[in-house]
Ligand binder design. Structure first.
Ligand code: DAH
Length: 348
């Protein structure tokens, strides 16, 4: 039995020193020293020997066990140190290394254009104002000299807010998604601050969805109302805006037109970019930008102003269209601007 114990010691020490990880070592421990391990098995033999031999063997067994246990804890420590070091090496980070920047987006094209346009007008004293985009018939049409049954209204392809089939009405008529930024005109006059020099940029809605029309789009609309305001002021404002926005060599032209809420009314054209006069974009070297005019006396009256005392200019243009004209952006469907397709948006 003694020699078996020695052999046990030899194998156990061998196994301990060849264990390569704490997990290996734990297996070794169970195998040799565990409750059902080899040592316990060996000790069962004690009951078959004389008490004389038992004393000697008991001593040897103790000695062996101590040695194996000592070797075990020694190896355990060594392995743990090694493993901790390996973990530290693996988890080490260089906190002085430059970071990885997360991807940065940018404002959408439309927001960029809104900011740029508002900034240009602010340089000539126009404050940016906001008015409701869900509004009453009165502000969207009637106060703008478009009586209830007037056919001119048809052009505005209006969405009405309905509950089932029943169009909602409020204090000032039917409720609409405003089809143009002009709904702010009388609202701005009602604020009662004169003179008015404001730019209203907002979403508009029309029942139209084609490559050239998105059912939701933006307009920017300016108003200058005060005493002695006249058409030369209008021309001055347009020239300033167009040169700032499109470039110093661009010019504006007023072309007679008709709107119910202005008298006289105009369409504003801008001259072609130099060298591109023959492009299909232009007609005889000019491109239409949007509508404008001197505010109709009925509109001023609707806003509580005396048309004998005050006059005003008003102009309203499509924002997406103006923006696309500037960049020369040639997109074949305006609705792309609102599809949120990253492949499109990331190009700008
Ligand atoms: N509201 C008009 C439209 O949606 C545009 C417009 C024309 C606005 C003339 C004006 C204006 O302020 O004076 O087509």
């Amino acid at each position: 039995m003694e020699s078996e114990l020695r052999k046990f010691q030899e194998f156990a020490l061998q196994a301990i020193s060849s264990a390569q990880s704490s997990a290996d070592l734990e297996h070794v421990r169970v195998q040799y020293l565990g409750r059902k391990g080899q040592m316990s098995e060996l000790m069962k033999g004690l009951k078959d020997v004389t008490s004389e031999q038992r004393k000697v063997i008991g001593q040897v067994a103790n000695e062996v066990k101590k040695k194996v246990e000592a070797a075990f804890s020694e190896r355990e420590k060594t392995l743990e140190v090694g493993e901790r070091k390996a973990r530290e090496d693996e988890e080490w980070i260089d906190i002085s290394a430059p970071g990885t920047a997360s991807a940065q987006g940018h404002l959408t094209l439309v927001t960029q254009a809104i900011e740029e346009i508002a900034e240009i007008f602010s340089q000539i004293g126009f404050v940016q104002v906001r008015h409701p985009e869900i509004d009453w018939d009165w502000y969207s049409f009637e106060s703008l000299n478009m009586p209830k049954t007037h056919p001119a209204r048809d052009e505005w392809e209006t969405f009405f807010i309905a509950d089932g089939d029943k169009v909602q009405t409020g204090e000032k008529g039917k409720v609409v998604l405003t089809p143009h930024s002009s709904n702010g005109q009388v609202r701005e006059m009602e604020r009662g601050r004169m003179p008015i020099r404001a730019i209203n940029i907002n979403k508009c809605y029309r029942r139209q969805s084609t490559v050239r029309h998105s059912p939701m789009f933006h307009q920017f609309e300016g108003w200058l109302i005060g005493e002695n305001v006249n058409i030369t002021h209008m021309k001055g404002v347009f020239d300033y805006f167009v040169k700032q926005f499109f470039g110093p060599d661009r010019e504006t032209r007023l072309r007679p037109y008709h709107f119910r809420f202005t008298e006289p009314s105009f369409e504003i054209d801008i001259s072609a970019e130099k060298g591109k006069e023959d492009s299909k974009l232009y007609k005889d070297g000019w491109l239409e930008l949007g509508g404008a005019g001197m505010m109709h006396p009925n509109v001023l009256r609707a806003g509580g102003l005396d048309p004998e005392k005050y006059t005003g200019i008003a102009f309203g243009w499509g924002l997406e269209r103006t923006m696309m004209m500037k960049s020369g952006m040639n997109i074949d469907d305006i609705r792309l601007l609102y599809k949120n397709d990253m492949r499109f948006l990331e190009q700008f």
